[in-house]
Write a protein that binds this ligand. Structure first.
Ligand SMILES: Nc1ncnc2c1ncn2[C@@H]1O[C@H](COP(=O)(O)OP(=O)(O)OP(=O)(O)O)[C@@H](O)[C@H]1O
Length: 734
């Protein structure tokens, strides 16, 4: 059944029956008034003659700031708002308009002004909740009388939909109607914002008190990633006060670079284009200063290729233990012992010249240095032991020599060389990669903390991955990377590089959070302001249980919060796909996940199309044509492996089908017809998806991991899904 061209603001016109709402003309008038008020304000800001201050410099600054305001507001002229709220406070009724950007209509005045409140303000939240009462800041009781969605595009009102109306008996069902209209739209080449249709439970998760670490748990398509980005934007609002975050001081971590680039496209729409988006591995190797390091996942290779169950179990348990949060203290105890040993026999004695004073000597005995280092360990500095020890010795010198502030620069310069050489003797041999491996290869080093029992130490010393080759280049395995990062964090520091110093991130968002170890969480918590980590994940979708936490409690335990301890918030509905696609996905997921019963938005679509028993490339080409004939431009062909995608993209040429391959992390998704392996498709979504090789040979039915991959492949489509096999289709989807 070919899908009709789904409606979108672009192809809706006011002549639709939507304009039949009795207040449509009134709202139209109001919109014209708001646009005029905004235009007037933009003119005022752009008029450099008006923005004059006491002197030239102040005038230039004022004019620049005004121009910046004008530029920010101009972006929102075409859609000043998307909804309104009729509220009653203290016996007075008022209508508030809600948009993506706040606007204060100075000229219009408080009464008939065309003000717009921002979606991420406290008042804006009232548009999304289910509750009908609230306590305004000034006290008293506020009541919601009406919630109204206003579809606006290109300064035109397209549709008026009441979501709740006191006078019409309360809930109108309009919220679901608006949501379904939105979900019928075609996919784009980037993640979209959902500011206009945020659902109540998503709104609540997004607005969990700032300063509280949160873990958003939800099934595939429940909007976790989307909500994580919205929370980040919400964190930038001035109303968050001391918790307010700066875009450039935040970080988003996505599981691969293709997804990172796809998701980052939502940032400008949310008004936060400057947020860095990267992957945990890229961030880790960058911090280690080893950008060329190849990151492997040899445990995964072993789990997929080795049939010796005992060895597989050993590899799994060892990887789990490497990511255990206790490893931070294991590393800590080991390197502290190492540095204290290296300090033995060291002392410092230096002649210092200070003009106008007799020759001075600054000296530190081994015992004194030892005491300073213990103080540094106790302070647990963000900058790491090395920098903090240097600062401690310098502070000691300035205090002992009792020099003026002006003289201190010269004193520190004279101390610099001998101090660097002392630091070299104590810390130099500790590079994160070698030290982590030294620790993991020594029973003695592993036992220093007293945290690991003999069985655990033996497990870490074992090498179940022996048979899996290592690359020729310098490499690190994903399972050992967090231990290396722990060495780095404690010795050289961890956080956001600002010039030559490290500062904590204002806020960090971690996607696919079920695939990262508690140790990584402990390190991220260290690198970030307290309580400012948002993790998005689904324990049921875990592809890499050996790397991830066994439960969210293990993560909560290592995430301190300044405004409350870590909370797990669950999103219960899924939004991505039509009923037909959601049902097929649920069938696959139910084979490994008893909690697979997710509630999807009930949206009807095309039947799932099946193509089998023929020439593979010809069948895929036919599926692509069918998807396009059904009106879908963004079509993905999902393969099991990158090599299949490369081969098929060539073979498809013989069938007049051009599919762009996305087979490495360096490729970017730009829309159109693409062909990509399932590991790079995770997190992406397309109007139509075609699962290539959807058969039991490719996705081994007896292996849970393979069934999980089949689920990921089959759950990428919004509207149209095709399943292809040269032979019979996989029993789970046939
Ligand atoms: N409130 C909403 N309004 C409109 N669309 C929504 C809403 N919430 C989610 N969506 C849409 O649902 C789809 C899935 O969202 P998203 O990718 O954030 O989910 P996810 O939980 O991270 O999925 P996965 O686990 O598969 O990565 C996207 O197309 C998103 O735009």
């Amino acid at each position: 059944m070919p899908a009709a061209q789904p409606p979108s603001p672009a192809n809706l016109t006011p002549s639709d029956k939507a304009s039949s709402h009795p207040e449509f003309p009134l709202e139209q008038q109001r919109l014209a008034g708001t646009v005029a008020a905004m235009l007037h304000q933009i003119d005022v800001w752009e008029d450099r003659q008006r923005n004059v201050g006491a002197d030239l410099e102040t005038s230039v600054t004022m004019a620049d700031i005004a121009e910046e305001h004008a530029a920010m507001l101009s972006v929102h002229l075409s859609q000043p708002y998307f909804g309104s709220l009729r509220v009653r406070v203290g016996g007075r009724e008022q209508t508030l308009y809600v948009g993506k950007h706040a606007f204060l209509d100075v000229k219009g005045g408080a009464k008939e002004g065309h003000n717009v409140v921002s979606w991420d303000s406290e008042v804006g939240s009232l548009f999304y909740t289910q509750s009908l009462n609230w306590t305004p800041r000034r006290g008293g009781l506020g009541t919601i009388r009406r919630r109204r969605q206003l579809d606006v595009a290109a300064k035109q009102l397209l549709r008026v939909t009441d979501l709740y109306d006191d006078e019409a008996g309360g809930d109108t069902g309009g919220r679901e109607e608006v949501l379904i209209r939105r979900l019928r739209e075609q996919s784009t080449a980037g993640m979209r914002d959902v500011v206009e249709t945020l659902q109540p439970e998503q709104n609540e998760a997004m607005r969990a008190p700032a300063g509280t670490p949160i873990i958003i748990q939800g099934a595939a398509g429940s909007g976790k990633t989307t909500i994580g980005f919205h929370r980040l934007a919400w964190m930038m609002n001035a109303e968050r006060r001391e918790h307010r975050a700066r875009p450039e001081a935040c970080m988003v971590l996505m599981p691969n670079k293709v997804l990172a680039a796809y998701a980052a496209r939502v940032l400008p729409d949310l008004g936060i284009p400057a947020v860095p988006v990267t992957t945990p591995e890229a961030w880790a190797v960058g911090l280690l200063g080893l950008e060329k390091l190849e990151v492997t996942d040899r445990t995964l290779t072993l789990l997929l290729t080795d049939h010796d169950n005992a060895r597989r179990a050993l590899a799994w348990r060892r990887a789990k233990l490497l990511g255990d949060a206790r490893m931070l203290d294991v590393v800590r105890a080991h390197i502290q012992a190492k540095f204290l040993t290296a300090l033995q026999g060291q002392r410092l004695q230096e002649q210092i010249e200070v003009p106008g004073r007799d020759a001075l000597t600054f000296s530190q005995t081994e015992q004194e240095l030892h005491a300073l280092l213990l103080d540094v360990f106790a302070a647990d500095p963000l900058s790491g032991y090395r920098a903090a020890f240097r600062a401690a010795v310098e502070a000691e010198a300035l205090a002992r020599l009792n020099v003026s502030e002006a003289q201190s620069v010269s004193v520190l310069r004279q101390l610099s060389v001998p101090l660097t050489s002392l630091l070299g003797r104590v810390f130099a041999s500790t590079t994160p990669v070698t030290e982590a491996r030294r620790l993991l290869g020594s029973a003695e080093a592993l036992s220093v903390s007293g945290l690991l029992n003999d069985r655990e130490i033996r497990l870490l010393l074992a090498d179940p991955l022996q048979s899996i080759p290592n690359p020729r280049r310098a490499h690190a395995d994903v399972t050992e990377l967090p231990v290396m990062l722990a060495v780095q964090a404690l010795t050289g520091g961890i956080g956001r590089q600002v010039g030559r110093t490290l500062e904590p991130f204002d806020h960090v968002v971690l996607d696919e959070a079920q695939d990262y170890s508690p140790l990584l969480y402990a390190l991220l918590a260290r690198a970030t302001r307290e309580g400012h980590l948002t993790a998005l994940g689904d324990l049921n979708q875990g592809m890499h249980g050996y790397k991830g936490p066994s439960n969210w409690e293990a993560v909560q335990a290592v995430l301190p919060g300044s405004a409350g301890s870590a909370r797990v918030l669950t999103l219960s509905r899924t939004y991505r796909s039509t009923r037909q696609i959601t049902e097929l996905g649920a069938r696959i997921a139910s084979t490994y996940n008893r909690a697979a019963d997710v509630v999807g938005v009930d949206r009807d679509g095309a039947e799932v199309q099946r193509y089998s028993n023929g020439v593979e490339a010809a069948l895929i080409a036919r599926a692509v044509k069918d998807a396009q004939a059904a009106g879908h431009e963004n079509v993905a062909i999902v393969t099991r492996r990158a090599a299949d995608a490369d081969r098929l993209s060539t073979e498809l040429h013989d069938h007049d089908t051009d599919a762009q391959p996305i087979t490495t992390q360096e490729h970017r998704y730009r829309g159109g017809v693409v062909i990509l392996p399932v590991n790079l498709a995770k997190g992406l979504e397309f109007s139509a998806a075609i699962v290539a090789n959807a058969d039991a040979d490719t996705y081994d039915e007896s292996t849970e991991y393979e069934r999980r991959l089949l689920y990921v492949s089959a759950s990428r489509a919004l509207h149209w899904l095709g399943l292809v096999s040269a032979g019979d289709l996989h029993p789970l989807v046939g």
